[in-house]
Unconditional design. Structure first.
Length: 103
């Protein structure tokens, strides 16, 4: 598990499925969720094919030869939001505002 101090959503939260899927694709999000569940249960998994993408996005990290998965996923970065349709961007703004009002 990677306990990274940041504001975000639990890896299994609907936000991750909705917005990160739009940003990096369903396969990468499914791999992230599998890695997070395995980390919480103390199990290991074979490296997923999307590990490079997940690492580049800061959703997983290498430490001591082990792949660590984030349990709290940050909001989607602006560079991805710019490519989303306006309706999805508005929905995203509401979701992030809700997160900040709770935090």
């Amino acid at each position: 598990m990677w306990h990274h101090p940041s504001t975000g959503f639990p890896a299994q939260h609907p936000y991750v499925r909705r917005f990160w899927t739009a940003a990096i694709g369903p396969g990468a999000v499914a791999d992230l969720m599998r890695l997070a569940i395995a980390a919480q249960r103390g199990r290991s998994l074979p490296l997923p094919p999307t590990v490079t993408l997940l690492s580049r996005e800061g959703l997983v990290a290498w430490s001591g030869g082990r792949l660590l998965a984030r349990l709290v996923v940050p909001p989607v970065p602006e560079r991805h939001l710019r490519r989303m349709p306006p309706g999805l961007r508005r929905e995203h703004s509401t979701a992030v505002a809700d997160l900040h009002s709770v935090a």
